[in-house]
Design a protein around this ligand. Structure first.
Ligand SMILES: Cc1cc2nc3c(=O)[nH]c(=O)nc-3n(C[C@H](O)[C@H](O)[C@H](O)COP(=O)(O)O)c2cc1C
Length: 185
């Protein structure tokens, strides 16, 4: 929720790698620009941003969640976004980016927990950005290590995300009973 947010810039970078290198499509949902109302159960109102975001969430089969570290937690904006969905995330793979002065591991864990509750999958690692070490004054990535982790995240999301979603859709349409896709959908 900040102009020139470090986490949003890093997300933009990862999406650029994904589209340029792997010939896939990506959409950036910036909740700073596309504000969502506070989630209220059973109030799937006519809010046009909720409708647009729901369309995008249904469209995607892989997600990258990017949040700053706010008091060791994900931002309230991110949690509010996650509250709107669950089945829409099932069978999909998530990667994580956190901008923090303290690595943001608790932030990543919380996003991972929310995602797991929705029967979605997470990459086993995430990306932590520390603005004073990894970026220059224009917000450009100067850390080679960070750049290579972003390349790794992009690659693994495309490869593992594709495999998992492919299997999930196959299980969903199958008569085999003991799969989590069959049980939950
Ligand atoms: C309300 C608030 C709480 C924060 N709490 C923490 C914190 O607990 N630990 C930390 O390392 N940074 C904390 N920060 C700093 C931000 O996480 C940090 O500046 C981050 O790089 C901002 O990311 P952004 O550029 O994407 O907004 C906090 C910032 C704000 C505004």
């Amino acid at each position: 929720m900040r102009m020139n947010s470090f986490s949003t810039n890093a997300l933009r970078n990862v999406l650029e790698i994904i589209t340029a290198k792997y010939k896939t499509e990506a959409r950036l949902l910036n909740l700073f620009e596309t504000e969502l109302p506070i989630y209220r159960p059973r109030d799937r109102s006519e809010n046009e941003n909720v409708i647009k975001v729901t369309r995008d969430v249904n469209w995607a089969n892989v997600f990258v969640l990017a949040s700053p570290d706010y008091h060791g937690s994900m931002s309230g904006t991110m949690k509010n976004f996650l509250d709107f969905f669950w089945k829409e995330f099932s069978g999909k793979t998530f990667g994580y980016i956190v901008s923090s002065h303290e690595k943001g591991l608790t932030v990543m864990d919380q996003m991972r927990t929310a995602v797991r509750q929705c029967y979605a999958w997470s990459l086993p690692y995430g990306i932590s950005i520390n603005e004073s070490e990894d970026l220059d004054s224009n917000g450009q990535v100067v850390s080679k290590k960070l750049q290579s982790r972003m390349e790794m995240l992009a690659r693994d999301l495309v490869v593992y995300g594709g495999l998992i979603y492919w299997q999930f859709m196959k299980d969903k349409g199958s008569s085999e009973l003991n799969t989590f896709a069959h049980y939950y959908l």
